[in-house]
Design a protein around this ligand. Structure first.
Ligand code: HAM
Length: 422
């Protein structure tokens, strides 16, 4: 039998219910902060990511799913959402309508990484971008929003790591010193870092190879090179976090794996995840629009990995995965089954989660199934009940059974009982 491709996953029930819960909570919270949804295509021009994310990043150099279309145009399955959002913002002149565009997205992304727990080749992100402001207050507000989201879905234990990676004005002197230090340590670096130390030394700080870690720890720190503007921006950002009582750790080597960042960068990690412990990553990308050939545009945003959020929720069992049905219909005999199809239609239109069993079963087997599905009530009726227009409603938890007439069954009182599950 044909199997799913390595690094991709089928999201099955009951896990899919958890996904829906996380997605709907994100939508609710983002709405409170005036974000609107944007949906961009799954594939884009390769150039969008090559320029936006950066040729020398792992994403562009090793991980993109790139293919030639029939007209020989190079296309890429999107590895991330920020560059497409910035592209769409200009293509549709969104900023004429909203001076500060607050946009969120959710959907699949594609990176050809080595699959492991929490790391897939098709994975899903929920992200948000604020375009048109360089106020550090907006950065703190987004972190406040993320904290509310994490608490609301039940992930209270997480760590916020922050850094500033400066701007194109103060970064060159830092990169000069970094290069010098890397030349001295060249022999000790992994092959990728040896290459990066010449092409894009900032990427060395992002290396995950064990043997490079002590060397990275000894390298110059960007925080010692920030110019006045970047320093003031970062201090204001930290001040806004303090005022909101949002705890954080400053991590000078937090440069993130994409080239478009300037000034503030951040990650939110969770110890519950093991090696792939970054739940959320983001930062400011004031120069991205120009890199893509657009006019200047300030931007700040983040993306979270949905698979990683769901993994934590499954491990900590913070959210019940599916709500059991409120009513199981147990018709006994063919005529009762016909009637049951109409009762099910009525109940569902009234908003009651209802299970209609399509197999002809004995009462005992129907009750066993209702028990297994953890249904709250079972409606039992056979030929005799049909003739008298009566039904037996059994409350599964207490075992209590009530006889109902046709009118009772459709009454507000009984519908309320089914909905409230008492
Ligand atoms: P990123 O750090 O590359 O940032 O990805 C963000 C999050 O996506 C990660 O923290 C992780 O949870 C999840 N993720 C990344 N790769 C994988 C994978 N292979 N499998 C499972 N989950 C994964 C960005 O993508 C930026 N666009 C974020 C951003 C938005 N910055 C500013 N605005």
């Amino acid at each position: 039998m044909i199997k799913a491709i390595k690094g991709t996953r089928d999201i099955l029930p009951p896990e899919s219910a958890l996904w829906n819960r996380v997605e709907s909570t994100a939508r609710e919270i983002f709405d409170l902060y005036s974000f609107s949804e944007i949906r961009t295509p799954i594939f884009e021009s390769t150039e969008l990511f090559a320029r936006g994310v950066g040729e020398d990043t792992d994403i562009v150099s090793k991980e993109m799913y790139t293919f030639e279309d029939r007209d020989e145009k190079s296309l890429t399955l999107r590895p991330e959402g920020t560059a497409p959002v910035v592209r769409a913002c200009f293509e549709h002149q969104l900023r004429h309508e909203m001076p500060i565009a607050k946009l969120y997205y959710l959907g699949p992304m594609f990176r050809r990484e080595r699959p492991q727990k929490g790391r897939y080749r098709q994975f899903h992100q929920i992200g948000a971008e604020v375009l048109g402001s360089d106020n550090p207050a907006i950065e703190a507000e987004i972190l406040e929003m993320l904290q509310l989201f994490l608490v609301r879905i039940g992930i209270a234990e997480h760590t916020l790591l922050v850094n500033s990676i400066g701007c194109p004005l103060c970064r060159p002197p830092f990169l000069g010193k970094l290069k010098e230090a890397l030349v001295a340590k060249r022999a000790l670096l992994c092959a990728d870092c040896r290459r990066r130390s010449e092409t894009n030394p900032l990427r060395v700080l992002d290396c995950k190879v064990e043997s490079c870690q002590p060397i990275i720890d000894s390298l110059p720190k960007i925080s010692d090179f920030l110019d006045e503007g970047c320093r003031a921006h970062f201090d204001k950002f930290l001040g806004y976090l303090d005022a909101r009582e949002i705890a954080y750790q400053q991590v000078p080597r937090l440069v993130r794996g994409l080239d478009y960042y300037t000034r503030t960068t951040f990650e939110i990690t969770s110890t519950a995840l093991g090696a792939q412990n970054t739940l959320i990553g983001g930062g400011r990308y004031d120069g991205l629009s120009e890199i893509l050939g657009g006019p200047p545009l300030k931007g700040f945003g983040f993306a979270l990995g949905l698979e990683r959020i769901v993994l934590i929720l499954q491990e900590t069992k913070k959210i019940a995965e599916t709500a059991p049905a409120q009513l199981f219909l147990a018709p006994l005999g063919e005529a009762a089954f016909e009637k049951a199809t109409l009762i099910a239609k009525f109940m569902r239109a009234e908003g009651i989660r209802c299970v209609l069993d399509f197999e002809a079963r004995s009462l005992k087997s129907a009750m066993r199934l209702a028990n297994k599905l953890q249904t709250q009530h079972v409606l039992i009726f056979g030929e005799t009940e049909l003739q008298n227009s009566t039904y037996q409603l059994k409350h599964m938890a207490s075992g209590e059974q009530t006889e109902l007439t046709e009118t009772d069954l459709r009454s507000k009182l009984v519908l309320g009982r089914l909905k409230g599950s008492f």
